[in-house]
Design a protein around this ligand. Sequence first.
Ligand code: KMH
Ligand code: ZN
Length: 308
Amino acid sequence: MSGIIITCALTGSIHTPSMSPHLPITGPDIARQGLEAAQAGASILHLHARDPATGQPSASLDHFNGFVPALARDTDAVLNLSTGGSAVMSLADRLAAPLAIAPEMASLNMGTMNFALYPMLGKERDWLHDWEKPFLENTDDLVFKNTPRDIVRILTSLGAERGARFEFECYDLSHLYMLRHFADRGLIEPPFFIQFVFGVLGGMGPDSENLTHMVRIADKLFGSDYLFSVLAAGRFQMPLITQSAAMGGHVRVGLEDSLTIARGQLARSNAEQVMKIREIVERLGRTIMTPDQVRATLGLKGAGQINA
Ligand code: KMH
Ligand code: ZN
């Protein structure tokens, strides 16, 4: 089977500081964990920013600049900035830092959806920050807005005008048809790097049957014009990304998507998850792709073309 791309999503905007002491919050922490993840074999680093004082998801360019220049300097990994930010942010806020940095890659969420995080409230805990519990509670009335007009705005401003290519986040079957729609409009060029997202309440569930069906429909819609990767939330991460690797797909790990390394055991770092999936996929006979192999495969503009 072909080489395999390991993406690592370092911190995200889903988990809150009280859930794990290993979730990187400050610029130096994110930079250090990103370097370690790249050294462990991650060839794409998917990046969100946080307020270093409170751990809150942040759209601030200053907060992104707390780690992006260091990662650009110290790794050759592909830097992939989130345009999803946090579902509570406006699209203008979500786009501010990616437009300034003009990364090689960015995420692009292929549909408006519920993004319910309140099930993570679970057992009572000592919250480190006042914002955490209401942030999670209020996701019972939260819409993650990604209309066709929003998608065109991102494709135009970040893609056409700044040369970014995309990790298309597909949380549901319908998102594949939305992606096909934009291909039919000539607004996206293959190869399409499609991230199948499992286990977010509001998107499809983490059933292996859903993965095989997403591949079946993606094959029908995109033929050889796409590559698929898989991310899965929480305890479903390793089983589903292992299935992806066995099917010839690619994988995404990282504390953005799951805080654990095994059932009930917190991962001590992003790199620990990278090392675990690397061992699994190499035993399956897959070879890790280097960042430059990823650039050649996905048609990326090159690390020297970003503002970092
Ligand atoms: N948080 C993941 C479920 C984005 O950043 O734009 C999907 C994601 C979206 O990473
Ligand atoms: Zn993300």
